[in-house]
Design a protein around this ligand. Structure first.
Ligand code: OAD
Length: 283
């Protein structure tokens, strides 16, 4: 079952006319731009931010979603920061792409230019096989060398590095010893200081400027008269939320998949991992 654009439950079959419309739009497009949020990874077991039990309901953004707040907490309550980092990383490290990521990756076989603009930091689009992915909010698989000033470089992390970090932070949590130096030792792959200065995860938190290159590529991909798929986002965070506006202002058709209402030409309300395969295949 999925939900209709009015919010009531519909058997998937009753969505057939909307799915047909979405297929026709995709069929006529030469460029397909896809804008994704946390909902696309929900069925891979990664919590969203604002749904019931979402990440920001457990870790208040005023403390956790900005670097000043996190730096303060690392000094005052490193156990709580360790909990935050473990809760952020563990589901991502355990996750596999779901049918929504796989369908998006499979769209590349249609001989069209497919570009994914994602707010997600989990790398699942790439793991599913998408080759043009723009990460506008960064990635947990990268650290940013800042030297306490503007970014001066990005270093890639292996999954294995992050798994070790999660294990060491879990051990730190088990000790229950709220010691900042021990936290920084356990978290040394993602937070610390080296000969070049300071480094931290390459994530865009509240108040940060988006990476310029990624944002330019994202707005270029949204600048289309073809179509934009908006999948699994509450679309509440600027400037990311302007992506659908840019596409709409250029005359693109907007296909939205998810639970929150959003201005669109075709609104498919329900789980992305269930609906998207129907949009691509003649099921
Ligand atoms: P949110 O948590 O705000 O929204 C997730 C959306 O996904 C909601 O609209 C849900 O209804 C929907 N959803 C949940 N499960 C779904 C499913 N199975 N299929 C389809 N949709 C589903 O997450 P985002 O919109 O991604 O930024 O949040 C945007 C940004 O806010 C994040 O990138 C992050 C956060 O603060 C920063 O940290 C800068």
């Amino acid at each position: 079952m999925v939900t209709s654009s009015e919010g009531g439950l519909l058997p998937l079959g009753e969505l057939a006319p909307l799915i047909a419309q979405a297929r026709a739009i995709i069929g006529h497009a030469t460029r397909i731009s896809i804008f994704t949020g946390a909902g696309v990874s929900a069925e891979s077991g990664i919590p969203t931010f604002r749904d019931q039990g979402g990440f920001w309901t457990r870790f208040p953004p005023a403390q956790f979603a900005n670097w000043a707040g996190l730096q303060h907490l690392i000094q005052k309550d490193p156990l709580r920061v360790a909990e935050f980092v473990v809760e952020l990383l563990r589901p991502i490290l355990n996750a596999r792409p779901n049918p929504a990521h796989e369908t998006i990756a499979a769209l590349e076989a249609l001989d069209k230019t497919v570009t994914v603009i994602t707010q997600n930091i989990d790398g699942l689009h790439q793991l599913a096989g998408s080759t043009r992915v723009i990460e506008i909010h960064g990635s947990v698989f990268e650290v940013l060398q800042t030297n306490a000033g503007p970014p001066i470089g990005i270093r890639r992390l292996q999954r294995a590095d992050l798994s070790v970090t999660v294990s060491e932070l879990e051990e730190f949590l088990r000790t229950g010893n709220s010691d900042t130096a021990r936290f920084l030792h356990a978290a040394r792959s993602i937070f610390g200081r080296n000969s070049q200065g300071f480094y931290r995860p390459n994530l865009v938190l509240f108040g940060d400027v988006l990476p310029q290159d990624a944002w330019q590529q994202a707005t270029a991909a949204a600048d289309t008269r073809d179509c934009l798929l908006v999948i699994g986002t509450s679309n509440l965070i600027t400037p990311a939320s302007t992506i659908p506006e840019i596409a709409r202002s250029k005359g693109a058709k907007i296909i939205a998949i998810g639970y929150d209402p959003c201005p669109c030409d075709v609104c498919l309300r329900g789980a992305a991992g269930i609906i998207l395969p129907y949009v691509k295949e003649n099921k």
